[in-house]
Design a protein around this ligand. Structure first.
Ligand code: SAH
Ligand code: SF4
Length: 421
């Protein structure tokens, strides 16, 4: 399939937005507060603090979440003299599309975003018959160090704010509403937190983002909670906390190995929360939400794809509210690891299925642009943005203990930086 690169910038063409973009006075690592960071009370308080009647908060939110606009010119129900100041104060430009790559005849679009402080992140829009899924980033980079993952190899830049997460979806929704995506006008029906970052290491911002995405207009985007998937490397205490949020989102757990020996290598945070603890937390989540947990398993040739591991995985999942998603590894350049042979993947799938475990092999949509775009991200990554700012580090409660942070020396030597998956 052909990969197209397109120049970007069409989403913010007004003079006011050019001014906002040119401003560039953003303190590194601290995105400005945005309407989407705030709940209804916070929005009203922010508008009141600007000397405006509180109901203007609803008007503004309706423009942002409902009409998907950030342009003051289009907010004709707001008095002309205050429109721009409200937009400047509450809808600061957070993300600028730096590159866009499309494939699948335009039905898949990956965007490399630059945040106000220069951090880079990526999102992917995938249009299927009957649904559109946005794959979003929760962090710029990731600190979990999984050696098969390019994002992990590059390390953590910083957590994203709630609004930076929500904005990725808003931009996708706007492109769809304007008919800019192949297939005509549409809406975002699903969101998966499977872009850059570990969502549960940025817990508060991610949960607030889920609420903004799923609250009804004017409080949010009105996406069904059941259509949102939070994928985690397995931060057990944070999974337990998520189970208490009264959210009906799907939990995906990236397991990748049924045994601690191998999982310690593939998912270094396993040294802190081993397989049994991660799965216990997952079953707690399933019990609390009555939602089937998705077990993600990247099939890596001759590493985790043996028949005995399929059997061991089946043993762990038997009788549980779980579904296995097998993902052919998307190899990162320079890595010794590659995807399992199709016949081996089919055998792995068949062994799970024969033991009554629901299993599917994930569609590899956008695989070509994954590689290409990751290379762009690596190439454009500013050195200054690769260091996590102290103020934006994940809270201690959700961060893996320092001792379990994968040291470079513990990673396989030949899995150097490469494109995001
Ligand atoms: N940090 C979270 C969510 C982002 S990663 C997590 O790990 O779950 C989203 C998914 O992509 C995870 O299941 C992750 O294991 C998988 N992934 C990462 N690198 C990959 C690669 N090179 N090939 C296939 N899947 C990959
Ligand atoms: Fe982070 Fe997930 Fe990549 Fe692991 S797989 S490094 S947790 S983004």
């Amino acid at each position: 399939m052909v990969v197209h690169q397109t120049p970007t910038g069409s989403q913010d063409s007004s003079a006011a937005n050019r001014g906002r973009r040119a401003g560039g006075r953003q303190e590194r690592g601290r995105p400005p507060t945005h309407l989407a960071d705030l709940d209804a009370a916070g929005r009203r308080a922010a508008v009141s603090a600007l000397g405006q009647p509180a109901y203007r908060a609803d008007q503004l939110a309706r423009h942002y979440f409902g009409r998907l606009t950030e342009s003051a010119d289009e907010m004709t129900d707001l008095p002309a003299p205050v429109r721009q100041s409200l937009v400047d104060a509450l809808l600061p430009l957070l993300l600028t599309a730096e590159r866009e790559l499309t494939c699948d005849h335009g039905a898949t679009r990956k965007t490399l975003w630059r945040a106000a402080d220069g951090a880079y992140l990526e999102s992917v829009l995938m249009r299927y018959p009957g649904r559109v899924t946005m794959c979003v980033s929760s962090q710029a980079g990731c600190g979990m160090g999984c050696p098969f993952c390019a994002t992990g190899q590059a390390g953590l830049t910083r957590n994203l704010s709630t609004a930076e997460i929500v904005t990725q979806v808003v931009r996708g929704a706007r492109a769809l509403a304007r008919g800019e995506i192949a297939g005509g006008q549409g809406r975002v029906s699903n969101v998966v937190f499977m872009g850059m970052g570990e969502p549960l290491a940025n817990y508060a911002s991610v949960v607030a983002a889920v609420r903004r995405m799923t609250d009804r207009v004017p409080c949010g985007l009105g996406i069904s909670q059941r259509a949102v998937t939070v994928s985690t490397v397995g931060l057990a205490p944070a999974i337990a906390r998520l189970a208490g949020e009264d959210l009906s989102v799907t939990l995906a757990v990236s397991l990748h190995a049924p045994d601690d020996g191998l999982r310690n290598e593939l998912v270094p945070v396993n040294r802190r929360w081993p397989v049994v603890e991660v799965l216990d937390a997952a079953w707690g989540y399933a019990a609390a939400t009555k939602r089937r947990v998705s077990i993600e398993y990247a099939l890596i040739r001759d590493v985790n794809d043996q028949a005995w591991r399929a059997d061991a995985l089946a043993g762990l999942l038997a009788g549980r509210l779980a579904h296995v998603n097998l993902i052919p590894l998307n190899p990162t350049p320079g890595s010794r690891w590659t995807a399992s042979a199709p016949v081996v993947a089919a055998e792995f799938e068949a062994r799970l299925a024969s033991r009554g475990i629901p299993v599917t092999v994930r569609d590899t949509r956008g695989r070509e642009i994954d590689g290409a775009c990751g290379q762009l991200a690596a190439a454009t990554r500013p050195a200054a943005a690769t260091r996590p700012a102290a103020a934006t580090r994940p809270a201690a409660a959700t961060r893996p203990a320092a001792a379990t942070r994968p040291a470079a020396a513990t990673r396989p030597a030949d899995t150097g930086p490469g494109p995001a998956r």
